[in-house]
Design a binder for this molecule. Structure first.
Ligand code: ADP
Length: 405
């Protein structure tokens, strides 16, 4: 029988997240996380989902090579080791694929070189993703490694949405354009929303709101992305946990010229010390809601700014799409924060958008509608599953599924 397991790796600069899936039924066999790689206080948390057994170990893990070996050891203890003949491929999350990678791609030397060439536009992410791929390749050189790009789903955007209004020669020289991120999630959620409506993805127009710590919106017409809120980098668009999202670019000149800040300081301010955190000192929506319930005006203003921006994007993407069948909320905030969903569509009844308070308050794991029965536009909560999407795309490319796709 051909191998059916896919290991999904998501390598950050100091972390390695993984899941092992069996693609016969898309079930999860194991999952875990190595944190603080390169420090004395590294940790690995591993769960074998077949047995429900969880383990956690501390102690220094020097680099990604050591981290992957530690993962392999944990998997072996559950009889799921990387040397298993049942492993079909390793699927890697790669943040930036530029315009070059429009689809999941089997990694070879040329692919690695292209991901490396994209480092200037993704300095925080692509180096860590590359390290993960190189490490996995060294450990299992015989196994197909597949890169699944966060940007790929957005490569269908028309030039009118993807280009900034600057001199195209300068833009092209520096590869400046809207790339968009969270594409694996937007792809998965837009398809799952169509399924929830009982329709084919080609038939429906969906606004996807991926609201996690990072947050982005996308307009998906008949299964293809036509606009998205993140741009050259994940800084643009919605108000996020620690990122400002949209602002007048002249704020940056002003902070440099008048505020005397360096470019690095401004970069840190806008990426790490802004958004909800910058506005009120908290980036967790649970904490912000708790503070609002206690009458905290600072938290309330942060929430209002977050919602105002979200509502503007819903309106903008409604106009971009012309006809909207569904608005889908996903990721940590979108899936869990009923007040965010209610506030985001409040007052948009003329656009056919509303939530039913009772349905919106229900806590559940699966995809569900929260709009009133018979609503012109469905409002849905659709849990994202980026690992499953990466595994599915990987397996479709290299597994037994490749023959059918
Ligand atoms: P990441 O972008 O890190 O993948 P997630 O999609 O996991 O983020 O979202 C994390 C965020 O989700 C948290 O920072 C918090 O604001 C929010 N969140 C998680 N659970 C809840 C909840 N029960 N209620 C409200 N917000 C929540």
């Amino acid at each position: 029988m051909s191998p059916t397991r896919v290991l999904v790796l998501n390598s950050g600069s100091s972390s390695l997240k993984y899941q092992l899936l069996d693609m016969r039924d898309s079930s999860r066999l194991a999952a875990g996380l190595v944190e603080r790689i390169g420090e004395q206080t590294s940790r690995i948390r591993h769960t074998c989902l077949a047995t429900g057994d969880s383990r956690e170990h501390g102690g220094p893990i020097a680099d990604h090579d050591a981290a992957l070996k530690a993962v392999s050891q944990e998997l072996s203890r559950d009889g799921l080791g990387l040397d298993s003949p049942e492993l079909a491929a390793i699927g890697h999350r790669v943040v930036h694929g530029g315009m070059f990678f429009t689809e999941p791609t089997v990694v070879d030397d040329e692919v690695l070189a292209e991901i490396e060439r994209l480092i200037p536009v993704a300095p925080l992410h692509n180096p860590a993703n590359l390290t993960g791929i190189r490490t996995a390749r060294a450990l299992r050189p015989d196994l197909p490694q597949v890169a699944v790009f966060d940007t790929a789903f957005h490569t269908t955007m028309p030039e009118s949405a993807a280009r900034y209004a600057i001199d195209p020669k300068i833009a092209d020289r520096h590869r400046i354009r809207r790339y968009g991120f969270h594409g694996t999630s937007h792809a998965y959620v837009s398809r799952a929303t169509a399924r929830l409506l009982g329709r084919a993805p080609e038939e429906v127009n969906v606004i996807v709101l991926h609201l996690g710590n990072g947050a982005s919106a996308s307009a998906v017409a008949g299964g293809r992305c036509v606009d998205t809120s993140m741009g050259l980098t994940p800084l643009e668009g919605l108000v996020m946990g620690t990122r400002s999202g949209d602002l007048d670019p002249a704020v940056i000149f002003h902070l440099a010229r008048v505020g005397g800040m360096s470019m690095d300081e401004i970069d840190t301010l806008l990426n790490k010390r802004s958004g909800l955190f910058g506005l009120c000192g908290d980036n967790d929506m649970r904490e912000i809601r708790r503070r609002i319930d206690e009458g905290d005006a600072e938290a309330e203003l942060a929430f209002d700014i977050y919602i105002h921006r979200l509502k503007k994007y819903i309106g903008a993407y409604y106009a971009v799409l012309g006809r909207v069948d569904a608005v889908a909320f996903t990721a940590g905030v979108g899936e869990n924060a009923a007040p965010v969903r209610a506030a985001a569509v409040a007052g948009l009844e003329e656009l056919g958008l509303a939530v039913d308070p009772e349905l919106n308050a229900v806590r559940a794991d699966g995809p569900r509608l929260v709009s009133p029965a018979g609503a012109r536009v469905a409002v849905a909560v659709v849990p994202t599953d980026e690992e499953l999407e990466i595994a599915t795309q990987t397996y479709a490319l290299v597994g037994a599924g490749a023959n059918n796709s």
